[in-house]
Design a binder for this molecule. Structure first.
Ligand code: HPA
Ligand code: ZN
Length: 320
């Protein structure tokens, strides 16, 4: 059976850098990597928590230097996503991770945007860009980058919040989200991946997010689940990521079936597919294998993804 058409809503474009592409870009840019080859690099993808992944994720970004590097990375993702059934992708970019390395905002934004501009014609995937801010850097820095993005009329539909979660509650970024909302941008944030349910409450009540990334720890708080269900808040769940970062012990322990049973608006996404063992189709296959998910449940997950996308009515109707 061909994959069901779906939207991918939780995807860090830098997390799609496959080891082979990391080596190809290093070669092109004259960078010597501290690994023997792609297999040696991939062998290091044994993470113990979010931070152990982030350390490698940020280090590998060093190979991204030119606009063409960002374009090629994005095209490689779109090519693979098309085979996974993705027909719409909302893609996060971490501008601060590139600015900190001396790469200009225009270089990373324009590079990714160039691939997205032709994604529908090239790959049958409509797409949009979301600028994600690093919560383990100062909110003042995020605000400055947001203002620069607005000033340059960057082609973004929204903002997100990612990187190390525990110790960096969403409320630190209240002003950033107020400014983004006033500028007409959609608001999403990672919360409840490693952080406690209180961070999910803050993302809802202080940041007033339109959608939540992960959110799996909401199940620890019944009142929070009731709120999320009542408001139909979309949760972009990433099963293989949760297993690889040890937020859950194994795929068989994943809370997605419980989340569906509680009536939460969940979709399946890949997060950082090059690092976590697979794209959207691999994530779905893992769930189906572990839980024998029915066709109806699979169709519901796909429909939830399309309904939770920041799409206009026409494109949504085509995909549903
Ligand atoms: N969690 C938080 N920040 C991230 C992730 C993630 O899974 N991937 C890239 N940045
Ligand atoms: Zn993520």
């Amino acid at each position: 059976m061909p994959p069901l058409p779906c939207a991918e809503l939780h995807l860090h474009i830098e997390g799609t850098l496959e080891p082979e592409l990391i080596f190809a870009l290093a070669d092109r840019n004259g960078i010597r990597l501290p690994y023997a080859d792609a297999a040696d690099l991939a062998a290091r993808y044994a993470f113990t928590d979010l931070q152990s992944f982030l350390d490698l994720y940020y280090a590998n970004m060093d190979v991204l230097r030119t606009e063409a590097d960002f374009t090629d990375m994005t095209r490689a993702y779109l090519r693979r996503a098309a085979t996974a059934g993705v027909r719409h992708a909302e893609i996060m970019l971490d501008p601060q991770a590139h600015l900190a390395r001396g790469v200009a905002l225009e270089t990373c934004v324009d590079g990714v945007a160039a691939a997205l501009a032709t994604s529908e014609a090239d790959h049958g995937i409509s797409s949009s860009l979301i600028a994600a801010f690093l919560r383990d850097r100062p909110a003042t820095e995020a605000l400055g980058v947001l203002q620069d993005l607005i000033a340059m009329q960057a082609p973004i539909v929204g903002i997100g919040l990612d990187s190390a979660e525990v110790g960096y509650p969403p409320s630190l970024f209240a002003e950033v989200y107020d400014v983004a909302r006033a500028a007409g941008l959609k608001c999403i944030a990672h919360a409840g991946e490693e952080g406690p349910p209180g961070y999910v409450w803050e993302a809802l009540d202080v940041l007033r997010v339109d959608r939540l990334d992960h959110g799996i720890r909401c199940l620890e708080d019944d009142a929070l689940v009731e709120r999320l269900v009542a408001d139909g808040v979309p949760l972009t769940v990433c099963p293989l990521s949760n297993v690889r970062l040890r937020a859950v012990p194994s795929i068989g322990d994943h809370p997605l079936p419980a989340m569906l049973a509680r009536g939460l608006n969940v979709s399946v996404n890949s997060d950082d597919p090059a690092y976590f063992g697979g794209y959207v189709d691999d994530n779905l296959a893992a769930l189906v294998g572990a839980f024998d998910l029915s066709i109806d449940d699979q169709a519901l997950l796909a429909a939830n993804s399309v309904r939770s996308a920041f799409l206009d009515g026409n494109r949504r109707a085509v995909l549903l």
